[in-house]
Ligand binder design. Structure first.
Ligand code: NAD
Ligand code: YCP
Length: 321
């Protein structure tokens, strides 16, 4: 019996690319809708001696290119950001099993994967819910997810302006400076307020730990698409109740939404369906002038698909050397 291989974060980073990530995440979302994926409910274990939360996310995906049996172990430690030498808030590992024997075949660094697949899920949802060209992107939150969404959406779209706001403005300023330098442009702009950031935007991304709404309905342009990323058991409050009640809200998976977004159900919010149904064409996207929301929770199937992708690329590369 061979030992599992370890694919470390720095190796994962070198193997990741946006187009394959997009394909893997799209396949995962579609497979969940088509019942070709199994995702047992994720568990949440709260440390009693710190703010750290440990989640287990088991899943199986039946897909020729991205099929896998795995489990992501992921921690959320919001105070990591305040350390003298800040660490990422979200850290993960993905265990990948041989399907027939159940033997552990790889431990794949899951922190970069979590970053990339979450931004890619927003890009997949945006593409299918609003198939058109955009001018202005607004990103609320300049943390790990805010940054990777800016990079991902800049890769897939030709935005004229990408605005970034953070409740601690200095962080948004630093990120904007970095991105304008990396891409040798001036399209990244720092906003002093969330309202200034959102007004007139065609696409909005919320990626914060906000515990009260940071986007109000009256700021929204007709036909805007919102990717609400910071959500889950802990809170689901980045958008005002009236946005949830008046727009077309899609989710990544029903089972997760029923438990982790039960609060929205109690407010009378009706989800239009899983984004996978829009990908397959079973659910037609709403008219382009309607406000759409992709309420992202994150799924084990996405992580399994990504771990399989990275595993295959790693083996391919090892065989060439
Ligand atoms: N849907 C998914 O699949 C998925 C995946 C990963 C992360 N997330 C969620 O995305 C969010 C951001 O994660 P991250 O990794 O970027 O974290 P991060 O710590 O790197 O960034 C969080 C940002 O939110 C800001 N923030 C903190 N408290 C705030 C508040 N009260 N109001 C407004 N802004 C506030 C911080 O200044 C920081 O810039 C979290 O809610 C996380 O749970 C979702
Ligand atoms: O789907 C995920 O991987 C993350 C884990 C942390 C909480 C939010 N969702």
């Amino acid at each position: 019996m061979s030992n599992p291989i370890f694919i470390h974060e720095d190796q994962v980073k070198k193997l990741l690319n946006w187009d394959s990530t997009f394909d893997a995440v799209e396949a995962a979302l579609e497979s969940v809708y088509n019942k070709r994926a199994v995702q047992s409910p994720r568990t949440f274990t709260q440390s009693t001696t710190s703010k750290t939360l440990l989640l287990t996310m088991p899943g199986h995906l039946d897909n020729e290119r991205f099929g896998a049996l795995g489990c992501k172990l992921v921690t959320v430690a919001p105070d990591n950001i305040n350390l003298e030498h800040p660490l990422p808030t979200i850290n993960a590992q993905i265990l990948l099993f041989e399907e027939a024997t159940g033997i552990l075949k790889a431990v794949v660094g899951g922190t970069e994967i979590t970053k990339w697949r979450t931004a890619a899920a927003s890009a997949v949802a945006t593409k299918h819910l609003k198939p058109k060209e955009f001018q202005v992107l607004a990103i609320l939150g300049a943390g790990v997810q805010g940054r990777i969404h800016a990079i991902c959406f800049n890769h897939f779209y030709d935005f004229k302006e990408i605005r970034i706001w953070n409740h601690n403005v200095h962080k948004a300023e630093t990120l904007v400076q970095e991105l304008n330098q990396v891409y040798n442009c001036q399209k990244f702009k720092c906003c002093q307020s969330n309202e200034e950031c959102v007004r007139g935007a065609d696409v909005v991304v919320t990626a914060t730990f906000a515990k009260s709404p940071i986007v109000q309905k009256e700021w929204l342009k007709d036909g805007v698409h919102i990717n609400a990323v910071g959500a889950g058991l802990v809170h689901h409050s980045e958008l005002s109740e009236s946005i949830y009640q008046s727009s077309h809200v899609y989710i990544d998976h029903w089972a997760g939404a029923q438990t982790e977004l039960a609060g929205l159900g109690k407010l009378g919010v009706e989800f239009k369906g899983e984004i996978g149904g829009v990908i397959t064409g079973d659910l037609p996207p709403p008219p382009l002038d309607q406000v759409t929301v992709f309420q992202s929770l994150g799924m084990a199937a996405e992580d399994c698909a990504m771990a399989r992708l990275i595993y295959d690329l790693f083996i391919q590369e090892s065989n060439m050397n």
